[in-house]
Design a protein around this ligand. Structure first.
Ligand code: FAD
Ligand code: NAD
Length: 479
């Protein structure tokens, strides 16, 4: 007889592994199926998905190392610290990143053991259902195939890089996120297609380490999803101060490579040109991983972009089949997937699990960092919502001055009638941490006056949040 589980999760990324752990915590027999080894030296399946293996964690490790290099090379001097002959060792940086990844992915194995989640190594796909309403799933692993039965299935198969027709990714010369996180040396000339989150984060890493970086972006607007004031400031800093070359409105022609490197002909808002580079990163968005699920066998509904169709509670069109994370519509963010995983496990247990998609924060780990939650000013205008705005530059913040990094600002948007906070946008050092206060505030339905009346430690960067709240009411104290 097939092995039976209360809950089977397909995919062990942030959405999947969290869902499996929470289901087990709630007393269910839970299994998680994962197929990828992400080049594990022993060929073993690795847990943590894109995020831990080839996404959030390794990119942030390299961002930190490259930032330290940049600081030692260019910024220590303003603090009266002279450092001669700063050298970099890219293989050590990459090794350090890999050690962090190994530590965290093995950590998830430990968490599975602790919580009694069964790991099933192999590719999971649907077979059908039994008369007793159990879903039948096939797991195709190294040692053959097995079938298991599940009362509930949570699809958490994540996403993969979108490919551009005619540009073959070999992860040597032409790379997606996987290759771009493992260069063995700094390329002299780096080309990037797509000025989104990956293009800007990874472009920044290799720019700081000395590469000449040129980014081709299809859209006419830079960072179109961000608040326009943030995008404007980011453009100024990334291009004029940091020297990233970004072409907007770019249409890419036929990409070729030969001895001299890669040639990318393009037409852009600045005219036509040819980008000549030694390595090329293609970062033009990601697509859901649903093609290997055999969704047709059970009549699972996918949308026209291949994502699993779900309602607000991540329920699919089939009873007891759920889907979370990058494989469903919504922002492709690890924390959003984890929240959905917890919600689904709790809903299976009859609890009131819930995700407020309006308060999911966005962070770009460039320098300065960019973070926001809620609505942008342009969205409020388009929705005809009357609002008041308060904006405070870090140049007016003592801690930022002490740190020698005063780039950017905090901008708060609040409803003109109720004063409820509708959006908060930060560009500046530690924006990723500062945004948490705004998320808590919005989650509790706070007004800008609530933040204005809360005591913030001095001197901290968070005082800029306090001042931005005061500025909504046109009464900042330090600006
Ligand atoms: P995934 O993490 O993609 O995991 C899905 C897993 O399912 C994979 O391991 C896959 O092998 C497995 N799988 C797929 N199909 C099957 C199958 N049929 N059988 C068995 N296993 C299967 N997000 C952030 O919030 N912050 C960041 O800083 C950030 N940085 C990023 C940097 C980069 C370079 C990239 C590429 C992404 C980044 N992201 C970031 C996005 C984040 O990685 C994803 O949103 C997150 O990993 C999605 O989680 P998931 O569980 O839905 O899917
Ligand atoms: P993205 O959607 O952020 O950016 C892709 C960019 O490529 C867009 O600006 C798009 O206009 C552009 N583009 C699309 N087709 C193009 C073409 N033919 N020529 C030139 N430009 C083109 O996607 P991404 O950077 O690939 O990242 C994928 C996802 O991973 C993101 O959506 C994000 O959710 C997630 N991610 C998050 C973080 C973070 O949270 N810090 C970091 C990295 C990735």
């Amino acid at each position: 007889m097939a092995q039976q589980f209360d809950v089977v999760v397909i995919g062990a990324g942030p959405g999947g592994y969290v869902a499996a752990i929470r289901a087990a915590q709630l007393g269910y027999s839970a299994a998680c199926i994962e197929s990828a080894s992400y080049d594990d030296p022993k060929g073993e399946v690795r847990l943590g998905g894109t995020c831990l293996n080839v996404g959030c964690i390794p990119s942030k490790a390299l961002l930190q190392s490259s930032e330290y290099y940049d600081m030692a090379s260019h910024h220590f001097l303003m603090h009266g610290i002279k450092v001669d002959g700063v050298n970099m060792d890219v293989p050590s940086m990459v090794r350090r990143k890999e050690n962090i990844v190994t530590q965290l992915t093995s950590g998830i194995r430990g968490l599975f053991k602790k919580n009694k989640v069964t790991l099933l190594a192999g590719h999971g796909s649907f077979v059908g259902s039994r008369e007793n309403d159990m879903w039948q799933i096939e797991v195709a692993g190294k040692d053959g195939k097995q079938q298991i039965d599940a009362k509930h299935v949570i699809i958490a198969t994540g996403s993969k890089p979108r490919q551009l027709p005619g540009i073959e990714v070999d992860n040597k010369l032409v790379c997606d996120n996987v290759g771009a996180l493992s260069f063995d040396a700094v390329p002299k000339r780096l080309g990037v297609i797509g000025a989104g989150v990956i293009g800007l984060e990874l472009g920044s890493v290799w720019k700081r380490l000395g590469a000449e970086v040129t980014i081709l972006e299809a859209l006419p607007d830079f960072l179109a999803a961000a608040d326009a004031a943030i995008a404007k400031e980011a453009w100024k800093v990334f291009t004029a101060k940091q020297g990233l070359k970004i072409h907007l409105g770019a249409k890419i022609g036929k990409v070729t490579h030969g001895k001299g490197g890669i040639s990318v002909p393009f037409e852009s808002d600045n005219g036509a040109g040819v980008l000549e580079c030694d390595k090329l990163i293609v970062s033009v968005g990601r697509v859901p991983n649903t093609d290997g699920l055999n969704a047709g066998a059970i009549g699972l509904k996918l949308d026209d972009r291949g994502r699993v169709e779900v309602n607000d509670y991540c329920q699919t069109n089939l009873a007891n089949v759920w889907a979370v994370g990058d494989v469903v519509p919504g922002p492709m963010l690890a924390h959003k997937g984890m929240e959905e995983g917890v919600m689904v496990a709790e809903r299976i247990a009859g609890q009131a699990g819930h995700v407020n998609h309006d308060t999911v924060p966005w962070v770009m780990y460039t320098h300065p960092e960019i973070a926001w939650v809620g609505k942008t000013e342009q969205q409020l205008k388009a929705e005809n919502v009357a609002y008041r705005a308060g904006q405070i530059p870090f140049a007016a913040n003592g801690r930022a001055l002490g740190q020698g990094d005063t780039t950017g600002f905090v901008k708060m948007l609040a409803c003109a009638t109720t004063d409820r906070i509708l959006g908060v946008h930060v560009i500046g050092t530690n924006a990723s941490e500062l945004i948490a206060e705004a998320v808590v505030a919005m989650e509790f339905g706070a007004s800008s006056e609530d933040i204005a009346r809360i005591c913030h430690a001095h001197p901290t960067l968070s005082e800029a949040m306090h001042e931005a709240a005061l500025a909504v009411d046109k009464r900042p104290l330090h600006f």
